[in-house]
Design a protein. Structure first.
Length: 232
């Protein structure tokens, strides 16, 4: 089974272009993570809740994008059913405790602001204010915006507080415990996460490969679904 975990402000539907490129024989699960889409009202929105949702699955290939990649690392450490990891624009989190505390405070403030906006305002603000999303083709940005509208401000605020970069512990010092094969997918234009991927590859405990998607940015699965499907 292939399980695909979306990024913050997205839903499982964001994977549709990738799923469409996969062979029909594949068993694919594309859940909405707590706080998002059909799971907007599911509580608690916490790492423990996400891990619990993953328990009991058949042996899986687990693929995540951005927030979903970070969660996939945590799930892989807690769930023996994970047989392979594919991380797109992924990171083990913030290693510096002071930086993580500052990020948590910033995320808390942003969550408060999100709760006062409409979902349309949230979608536009996120697209305009997130540096790693710069340079997306107009068609990709439009599709991403449509997906964000499947969420609610309250759900996203809970997700930011419970699953944001500041909320989750760093896994840099635990990467050696991950011994399953790992594929790190990064867009060619995503220089920050290409550097992070190189640093992760040295520390991961199992076979690791880095796949750079030509011309793509942070959201490589949205910009180049065929390439990502081929890697999967």
């Amino acid at each position: 089974m292939l399980v695909l975990l979306h990024g913050f402000t997205h839903t499982g539907a964001s994977w549709d272009p990738v799923v469409a490129e996969l062979p029909g024989s594949y068993r694919v699960l594309v859940p909405d993570i707590r706080g998002h889409g059909s799971a907007s009202e599911v509580e608690p929105v916490s790492l423990e809740g996400v891990i619990e949702d993953a328990r009991g699955l058949d042996p899986v290939v687990l693929c995540g994008y951005s927030m979903g990649a970070r969660l996939a690392l945590h799930v892989a450490l807690a769930a023996p059913s994970v047989r392979r990891l594919v991380l797109i624009g992924g990171s083990p989190g913030l290693a510096d405790p002071d930086e993580r505390q500052a990020r948590r405070a910033a995320d808390e403030q942003l969550a408060d602001e999100i709760e006062r906006l409409t979902i349309e305002e949230v979608a536009d603000r996120w697209a305009a204010g997130t540096a790693v999303l710069a340079g997306q083709p107009a068609s990709v940005a439009a599709a991403a915006r449509g997906d964000r509208l499947r969420n609610t401000p309250a759900g996203l605020a809970r997700a930011l507080r419970g699953l944001g970069t500041g909320a989750l512990p760093s896994l840099w010092d635990r990467l050696g415990e991950i011994t399953v094969p790992v594929t790190l997918i990064v867009g060619e234009r995503d220089l920050k996460f290409r550097r992070i991927a190189s640093e992760m590859a040295v520390l991961l405990g199992g076979p690791t490969e880095i796949v750079v998607v030509p011309g793509a940015g942070h959201a490589a699965h949205l910009e180049a679904p065929q390439a990502v499907a081929a890697t999967l």
